[in-house]
Design a protein around this ligand. Sequence first.
Ligand code: GDP
Ligand code: MG
Length: 441
Amino acid sequence: LSDRLTGILTKLRSKGRLTDADIDAAAREIRLALLEADVALPVVRVFINAVKERARGAEVSQALNPGQQVIKIVHEELIGILGGEARRLQFAKQPPTVIMLAGLQGSGKTTLAGKLGRWLREQGHQPLLVAADLQRPNAVNQLQVLGERANLEVYAPQPGNGVGDPVQVARDALDHARRQARDIVIVDTAGRLGVDAEMMAQAAAIRDATSPDETLFVIDAMVGQDAVTTAEAFRDGVGITGVVLAKLDGDARGGAALSVRHVTGQPILFASTGEKLDDFDVFHPDRLAGRILGMGDQLTLIEKAEQAFEEDQKERMSAKLFGGEQLTLDDFLEQLQAVRKMGPIANVLGMVPGMAQMKDQLAEVDDSQLDRVTAMIRSMTPAERANPKIINGSRRARIAAGSGRTVTELNQLLSRFADAQKMMKQMGGMFGMPGMGGRKA
Ligand code: GDP
Ligand code: MG
């Protein structure tokens, strides 16, 4: 994925502007790359459409070149699909909280039980691990060894009790947890190598016996297209409330995560990144998105470029504010754009304390007014923006025609701007202080 993307985006980077053809070419390449990374086709489609739409609607950034802008959009959309902010575990109102682990054999459930238990204990909980995988001869012992290493109690069927019934073990474990005042019960279940009706039925029976607060679907991040069918089977057969990506330490390309997220509609809660107990963390969508793109350096660069640009803007504005420097129409436009980016103007003002009661009046503040002003300023030459005094009658007619507004509207804008300029000058005089580069009052 990364090589391909880097190739196409380097091509874009050298151009000045993002055209439809650029976007289409990039979209084709990204589509191929995602398919190569084993993201399921329907997911790829949704993703590509979102990226194309945003790239078309995006304003040309002043901080970034076009290539960086596409990377940024792709990255943000990836984060969006992967779930935005990570969700926390849901705890039962009445302890114990039951967390059931489901997934194919070898996906990493048993290992996760140990990691999750340890992580929860570090946060002050008293977890009990339950060995409800009686399928493989060694499964119970594996959990016991993990429990010992993590210093966690493991509930296991007593030896010599005949053929074990995992549903009964889970039930008994819940009773045990209540008696021992354990507030969290983590139930490890049996998997199979492939989707299997018997396994599903058993998992569903354990679910019914324990009413889990969370049913976590554990998936090996290395699996490819199979991720979709497996996730669908667990979604329909057991019901999933969250996803855990295991083996993210491998060279998995992350495509499975995108598919599973899409198919289950459930959040990815945790990531497992190794065989050791502390190779475990809450899931960070932004990190995986960066990894799927394989462009960590580029993303850092983009962030830095944007920060530098913003700081530069801030510095320039405060120089104007406090230094008594002349406000220009370009500054005015910049401020308008900043406000416009925050969303509908009525909503922005509505967030200001005291403004909320003025809903009706606010509704009249129309975003299209901002757009009209923007259009008029954009129709001016740089010299006119820097020094509006030169805008005479013939210039006014030209600007009005160029922006599709009337001369009256333009006159209103210029007179309001002149007022703002005057006010800034007075404020500059007021705020001007030694050491701030301002004028002395
Ligand atoms: P289960 O069958 O779903 O219970 O899977 P296990 O927890 O037994 O894990 C299967 C194998 O994968 C074991 O050898 C684990 O040590 C290994 N494993 C589990 N999680 C991870 C992980 O995040 N990274 C790596 N590298 N190995 C893992
Ligand atoms: Mg296991």
